[in-house]
Design a protein. Structure first.
Length: 161
């Protein structure tokens, strides 16, 4: 299923670790961009859903597009919402985008047999089945919960200083 929310769990953990140097908004946008191809393929009734966008080459290209488009879009959205935040830097945008796209193919490679994540270097997928899908979902959810707790804890500590 495209646009799975499970990809956001590791994103929350990356945000907890990266802080202002990681854009969670751009990370989320990169997740959506990654799954446009599978969505189109589902709508067309294709057997193979994960094509070139779900390779390291595709992830790099989509990551660059996500960063270049995501920074101004995210900055505009944050300004409109008047949410307090650190300035969104290009470094944070590229971290969010590239970590987003590369983590996306890593997670999907564990569960989708039609993937060739290492293309153009290899047509194989040695990651397939390395982790049971239900355990993968639990791990993504746990990373999300831990990330949110860490982020909330950081904000609480800042408020008391």
């Amino acid at each position: 299923m495209p646009f799975t929310p499970f990809h956001l769990g590791p994103g929350a953990a990356f945000k907890a670790v990266g802080g202002r140097h990681f854009s969670f908004m751009v990370f989320g946008g990169a997740q959506v961009l990654m799954d446009i191809e599978p969505l189109v393929r589902i709508l067309r009734g294709d057997f193979e859903l994960h094509g070139y966008t779900h390779t390291i080459a595709g992830a790099l290209l989509i990551g660059i597009v996500a960063a270049l488009s995501g920074k101004p879009i995210s900055a505009h959205a944050l300004a409109k919402l008047r949410l307090p935040h650190y300035p969104l830097t290009w470094f944070a945008a590229f971290n969010g985008a590239l970590i987003g796209t590369f983590s996306h193919i890593a997670l999907d490679a564990l569960m989708h047999s039609d993937m060739r994540p290492w293309w153009p270097f290899s047509d194989g997928n040695g990651l397939l089945g390395a982790v049971q899908v239900d355990r993968l979902h639990v791990a993504c959810g746990a990373l999300g919960a831990l990330g949110m707790v860490a982020i909330a804890g950081r904000h609480l500590l800042r408020g008391k200083s």
